[in-house]
Design a protein around this ligand. Structure first.
Ligand code: GAL
Ligand code: ZN
Length: 652
């Protein structure tokens, strides 16, 4: 039997064990809402192990059995996202230490050291209890490892692990000192023990150290995830594991993390109805596409709020139709599930006003419950979409070490580089041109894509520059922006002509870069047709060495220098964008590139403003981000409406 599209969400029955009537009612309501997947166990540790070694799993067994009897599968979480009091009390080393070297008190979640052998041992013990008891339960289809990995710890154990990791990476202190340019300010290390994680009380402007620490934190978080995964797989080798990821996440290199899990999933909390819904839809779409790209296959939408999100500045309700739009948008971009945080709203504490399918009234005749049912029905109708992939058309390079290094450097614009804004502008232009967009890191392969965009690729690895060069030589179309090819993988500036590794491909070389104040702009003009555009943020100055200037700066002392340049290299074409243009520039630019590259948009004819199409294999989704109906000639899409076609025939 093929897998359905999953519908459900986080459920914390441990909060309701004294209300069997509510637990029973939950199952009836889940069935009414077409729910077929429920996540249990997130943050349940104090109920599963009330004191050390006293495992109480019967309540969970009852819940899993009742869910399964009702035809509902289970995504079983390990409880390591938050620990019980006894654990922190008996073993203080499990609590995190801040960058100021202060041990935190008990409280919050994610407040644990990923290195602590005690924490790891206790986590393995509870994970294996769960695996032995439930690992072969037919309901358990997925393991949800911990919850939203993130953060860092500066305890002595982590310092030691950091030094060991550095020894492994650099071999000798001499090599490390060289790679980090430690003669600068006399920061050379003479003993490994002198190395400390970055701290506001100590070194926090040493870029080489900072970048190594970011890599280490990412490595150590992933190592902890592997520890949990292997604990489960030691008991149930066939277990499928996921980890729920987050928006614009910085701490962990998700491309590395994704190699260690079977399925990527993420938690999506857009601030709908704040500014333009179209803008928010594109921002969300970028994230769906990034998560899809991590494994190049369908992912799960693990969490989303059915109504409001209580930790945001303003908890705004989703307008009618938005819950359905938002759920189906995830599916259109490659999700095989629509899941919520959470099924039933908690009575007290921090999340008592967070949106949930069932609120404190306990009623099923609410607006959100009705919309939840509509999502469930839609997912049943669209079941055949499950598992289908997406075409490879355009790719944007997004690389964690690049972002870490780029944002850590002093200059060229400490007032904000707007890295995500830069990615988003390219992304929006590509989407408006109707293209499917994947994301690549520097381990990725550009070859299958018709169009590859490398925005602000400041840290450019030699091997990736070589891949890009070959890609263009073999006929690819590459777009490179300002502030690319600046440093190597240790954040040491390349010597010689820049963008390093791409000078020949782009047919030009960077000479200088000018930082612009907020609100400052530079007019640019086309050299042939007379179009104009506006540069902002950073203006790179370049000398042409074979490329043709398609647009030039039209003011300031760099008037006449290239703002957009084009260069034929081998069988392909390389484009260079010297500054950050206004959003409309990218719409025109990528519409033209789609045409040159001969890539077919998901929908054959131009779509009205705010309407987007996505292809998954033989299915095409068309969605209206407008809060008003739009006419597509052969059909009308209501406000926030979705239509789905299978081989051209409308099925939803
Ligand atoms: C997520 C988290 C959930 C819940 C949710 C509320 O970050 O994984 O447990 O707290 O936020 O929006
Ligand atoms: Zn630690």
């Amino acid at each position: 039997m093929s897998t359905p599209l999953y519908h459900g969400g986080d459920y914390n029955p441990e909060q309701w064990l004294d209300r069997p009537d509510i637990l029973k009612r939950d199952i009836e309501l889940m069935q009414a809402a077409h729910v077929n997947m429920i996540t249990v166990g997130v943050f349940s540790w104090s109920t599963l192990e009330p004191s050390e070694g006293d495992y109480q799993l019967d309540w969970l067994a009852d819940i899993i059995d009742s869910l399964w009897a009702a035809g509902i599968s289970v995504d079983l979480a390990t409880p390591s996202g938050a620990r019980p009091h006894w654990l922190a009390e008996q073993y203080p080393e499990v609590l995190r230490v801040t960058p100021e070297r202060q041990r935190r008190l008990f409280g919050q979640r994610h407040n644990h050291c990923y290195t602590s052998p005690v924490y790891r041992e206790k986590v393995r013990a509870i994970d294996q209890q769960l695996a032995r008891r439930f690992g072969r339960h037919p309901a358990v289809k997925m393991w949800h490892i911990s919850n939203e990995f993130g953060g860092e710890c500066h305890c002595p154990l982590c310092q030691q692990a950091f030094r060991d990791w550095l020894k492994e990476r650099y071999g000798t202190l001499e090599a490390l000192n060289k790679a980090w340019c430690n003669k600068f300010w006399s920061h050379e290390y003479t003993r490994w023990e002198q190395i400390e994680s970055p701290s506001p009380l100590g070194a926090d402007t040493d870029n080489g150290l900072d970048l190594a620490w970011r890599r280490f934190v990412s490595h150590q978080s992933i190592d902890f995830l592997k520890w949990e995964r292997d604990s489960i797989k030691a008991v149930v080798p066939e277990a499928q594991c996921t980890a729920n990821l987050m928006y614009h996440f910085y701490d962990i290199d998700y491309f590395d993390l994704a190699k260690e899990i079977d399925l990527a999933s993420w938690d999506n909390y857009p601030t709908w109805h704040k500014g333009s819904d179209e803008g928010k839809a594109l921002d969300t779409a970028l994230m769906h596409d990034l998560i899809y790209s991590l494994k190049g296959k369908p992912f799960w939408l693990m969490e989303s709020s059915p109504t409001m999100t209580n930790w945001q500045d303003v908890s705004k309700l989703k307008r009618p139709g938005m819950q359905l739009f938002s759920g189906l948008q995830a599916v259109a971009h490659g999700s095989d599930s629509v899941m919520y945080f959470q099924w039933r709203q908690s009575r007290g504490s921090f999340e008592k006003f967070h949106g949930a399918v069932i609120d404190h009234s306990g009623r099923a005749d609410t607006r959100s419950f009705a919309e939840t049912c509509q999502v469930g029905e839609a997912l049943e109708t669209l079941a055949a979409v499950s598992g289908t992939g997406r075409p490879k058309q355009a790719a944007i390079v997004h690389d964690w070490p690049n972002q870490w290094a780029l944002e850590d450097a002093a200059g060229p614009r400490n007032a904000g580089l707007g890295y995500w804004e830069e990615l988003q502008r390219h992304y929006n232009g590509l989407r408006k041109a109707g293209l499917a967009v994947d994301f690549l890191n520097q381990d990725g392969d550009p070859a299958p894509y018709g169009l590859v965009v490398a925005p602000m690729l400041y840290l450019l690895r030699e091997d990736f520059a070589e891949k890009l060069r070959r890609y263009v030589e073999n006929g690819g179309t590459l777009v490179v922006t300002y502030w690319s090819g600046v440093v190597d993988e240790n954040d040491l500036c390349y010597l010689g002509d820049a963008p390093h590794g791409l000078v020949e491909v782009l047919g030009l070389r960077r000479t200088e870069i000018d930082g612009l104040y907020d609100g400052e702009t530079r007019r640019c003009v086309a050299t042939r047709e007379g179009g104009t555009a506006t540069g902002s943020t950073l203006c790179e100055l370049a000398a042409l060495e074979g490329a043709e200037a398609v647009m030039v700066y039209d003011e300031d002392f760099y008037q006449g220098l290239p703002a957009v340049a084009k260069h034929g290299f081998g069988k392909g074409t390389a484009w260079y964008l010297a500054t950050r243009f206004e959003p409309a520039f990218y719409d025109r630019f990528y519409a033209a590139r789609r045409a040159d590259c001969g890539l077919a948009p998901a929908w054959p004819v131009p779509l009205p403003e705010g309407v987007y199409a996505n292809r998954r294999d033989r299915f095409v989704f068309v969605q209206n981000t407008n809060n008003k109906p739009v006419d597509l000639m052969s059909f009308v899409l209501p406000a926030y409406g979705t239509a789905v076609f299978e081989d051209g025939k409308r099925i939803y």
